[in-house]
Design a protein around this ligand. Sequence first.
Ligand SMILES: [Zn+2]
Length: 75
Amino acid sequence: MKCPSYPAGEKGKTSLPYVLGRDKLIVVRDVPALVCTQCGESFIESPILKKVEKIVNTVEKSGMTLGFLEYREAA
Ligand SMILES: [Zn+2]
């Protein structure tokens, strides 16, 4: 959270890529975020981030190595 204009953002959505270990990549799309109107940086509230991490953990355990998830569907 380096941006000085935080939390002056608009509600939007972002994608979060997670690299797990050496060979796993999971991207969670449509994550609700505050998108900065100045620099375009996204800020995600911690309850949402926790939920995303939970989704990623579940997916990791399922053995998926490469994938895209929609936040809404997976939550
Ligand atoms: Zn900014």
